[in-house]
Design a protein around this ligand. Structure first.
Ligand code: M6R
Length: 612
């Protein structure tokens, strides 16, 4: 996963390089945070400062921000090859410390390459796959005497996924870059140019960007961008690919909140209202509706939270549009591509648009001739780029590792599509359609009420949950994906073991664990049929001593049945993710904070998973 950044400046007195790279790394820290490092070129040559630990700890130890220079790279790591140690931190250098490289991705053939380089006498300092790359460049430079030629030759030899940046004291004004599968963006600044893994890292300097495509190689200087296609060796005109991003620096800042996650939970009403205005004017919806209606089979795929949004869509399509759909976890795509054909449609949902499992599923279905529809939050990211049609959530950048606002906006977009599909296929009439759309149009208000109504109560609940080592999240029907999302949140940031089950299934095993005080959270959608059945499941749990918590809509009699009710506004059942998820996010957030964990940097996780 990892975050990488490179900056080159005309006037190092105007833009302090160490400070600028450190600031950029802080914006990329959500991608990995077990170690970090900087490589800077100044009058002394190439300087490397790196180590194990979080960025602020390393800043206190090494003073990254005090480094001065004209060209530099930085890296924040999520370990794949080699444990988090000082030596395994990036940048990596060649035998003579002339070249420095930062890398996001995996060099799959590193072992064979390393063996060959060792025979040639290269001395390795780390256990990483990345280090082979910089020794390859060193080797080719010895042979050709040309840095760019050496860089390209090295890129051609490596297999796997990569976004690579390289600087060298031989050519101090350039940052060389190459990309395949891992994200990379060039930012065109005033007096500087920047290359980074993601847009938030560039926003301090520019909103003018170029999204680097697979197999592009090139370099930036403070005033120039040179790109060519590695396969055809044809020059790419950078101007053709320049675009202006809408995100602002405030979107990517904490703005006084203790954590990004809390900021992002509270800004959900705004994210929903921005997404609604996008939906109202998005002509793609009509096009994708046609594609879905014409399809023989419909599939939807995603990972993590985006999968829960996809599962909700699948249930809604079955319930409302009465059409079959196959939802599957993206990393299992090989099983499902066996049944994909050319008249099929695959919907690929990904906040980042870069999750490798989803991208692989997209490519596999594409090879089978299926049409691909992307739902993403990041314009021009890899998954939309490789899809036939794309529709976007407009949640703004999400920095917290735990997905929050993007889940609500994804379910809004997907529910809108399901509703259009139901109308187009004749399973609902115009008046029902209008009733549903009118409730979806109120999403931002509903989320706001759900947040305000539950915030205070949750603080009291958290105290009672502190001793819990395990929890269940139970629901039925369209409530189930929301239960899964609640369980995922508490697992990933509060480190409490939590499992979500269809409430009816709990009798088939899980109930054996329930004893006095065992917390069971019920998600009760506003649908009388489901409600009645859940009532029985609540009673079963209470009879065994469970501590029952319920996210229940206003006016439901179940509010008096569960021991700890969290009341949310009542609307059409299709808005259940909008109304019932915020209390679950707040619960996980406050529990994590109370236990002393940092919800923005959960252990072992990175926000965007770019390795299989
Ligand atoms: O960017 P994506 O939506 O493709 O990411 C998918 C998952 O990695 C992501 O939802 C992950 O599960 C989050 N940590 C959940 O909070």
């Amino acid at each position: 996963m990892c975050g990488i950044i490179g900056i080159c400046v005309i006037n190092p007195r105007e833009l302090k390089l160490g400070e600028a790279i450190y600031k950029g790394l802080l914006r990329l820290e959500y991608r990995g945070y077990d170690s970090a490092g900087l490589g800077i070129i100044n009058h002394e040559g190439l300087i490397i400062v790196k180590g194990k630990g979080k960025l602020h700890e390393l800043e206190a130890k090494y003073g990254f921000t005090k480094l001065h220079g004209i060209t530099g790279v930085g890296h924040t790591r999520w370990a794949t090859h080699g444990p988090p140690t000082d030596l395994n931190a990036h940048p990596h250098t060649d035998c003579r410390s002339i070249f420095a490289v930062v890398h996001n991705g995996i060099i799959e053939n590193y072992y064979e390459l390393k063996k060959q380089l060792l025979v040639k006498g290269h001395v390795f300092k780390s256990d990483t796959d990345t280090e082979v790359f910089v020794h390859l460049v060193e080797d080719f430079y010895r042979e050709t005497g040309d840095v760019y030629v050496a860089f390209k030759k090295a890129v051609k030899l490596i297999h796997g996924t990569f976004a690579i940046l390289m600087i060298t004291s031989i050519d101090p004004h350039k940052i060389y870059f190459a990309k395949k599968d891992s994200p990379l963006i060039v930012g065109l600044g005033n007096g500087c140019n920047i290359v980074a893994s993601d847009i938030p890292a560039l926003l301090d300097y520019t909103r003018k960007i170029i999204v680097v495509r697979d197999y592009w190689v090139g370099y930036v200087t403070p005033t120039e961008v040179y790109i060519e296609d590695l396969l055809s060796e044809v020059r790419v005109e950078p101007e053709t690919y320049v675009r202006i991003v809408e995100w602002s620096i405030e979107d990517a800042s904490r703005e006084g909140y203790p954590h990004f996650m809390l900021k992002e939970i509270l800004e959900q009403p705004r994210a929903l209202s921005q997404t609604l205005s996008g939906l109202r004017s998005d002509s793609t919806i009509k096009e994708l509706m046609r594609a879905i209606l014409e399809a023989d089979n419909l599939f939807i795929t995603a990972a993590g939270t985006s999968y829960h949004a996809s599962e909700f869509f699948a249930y809604t399509v079955m319930k409302l549009a009465r059409r079959s759909i196959v939802p599957f976890i993206a990393s299992e795509y090989e099983l499902y591509e066996n049944i994909a054909g050319e008249n099929d449609v695959l919907i690929a949902v990904s906040q980042s648009g870069e999750t490798i499992d989803v991208l692989k599923a997209v490519r596999a279905f594409r090879r089978k001739g299926a049409r691909i529809i992307a739902v993403s939050n990041v314009i021009d990211s890899a998954i939309p780029r490789e899809s036939d049609l794309s529709v976007y959530t407009r949640a703004g950048p999400e920095i917290g590792v735990a997905a929050t606002k993007t889940f609500l906006t994804q379910t809004l977009v997907l529910s809108w599509i399901a509703c259009e599909l139901a109308l187009a296929s004749g399973s609902i009439d115009l008046s029902e359609y209008r009733e549903i759309i009118s409730d979806l149009e109120k999403s931002h208000v509903l989320a706001d009420e759900a947040i305000k109504g539950s915030s205070r109560k949750i603080l009291g609940l958290v105290d009672r949950l502190l001793p819990a080592r395990s929890m269940y999240y139970l629901s039925r029907d369209i409530g189930l994906p929301i239960a899964r999302e609640g369980a995922l949140k508490v697992k990933e940031i509060a480190y409490v073991h939590a499992e979500a089950y269809p409430a009816g299934e709990s009798k088939h095993g899980p109930i054996a664990l329930v004893e006095q005080g065992f917390p069971v959270v019920f998600i009760v959608p506003p649908d009388s049929g489901i409600e009645q059945k859940i009532l029985g499941n609540i009673e079963e749990m209470k009879a065994r001593g469970a501590f029952t918590i319920g996210v229940v809509h206003e006016g439901s009699s179940l509010n008096n049945v569960v021991e700890f009710p969290l009341e949310v506004p009542r609307a059409h059942w299709i808005t259940t993710p909008i109304t019932h998820t915020p209390p679950l996010q707040l619960l996980a957030y406050h529990l994590a904070v109370k236990k002393g964990h940092d919800p923005d940097k959960p252990r072992n996780l990175a926000k965007t998973v770019t390795v299989e």
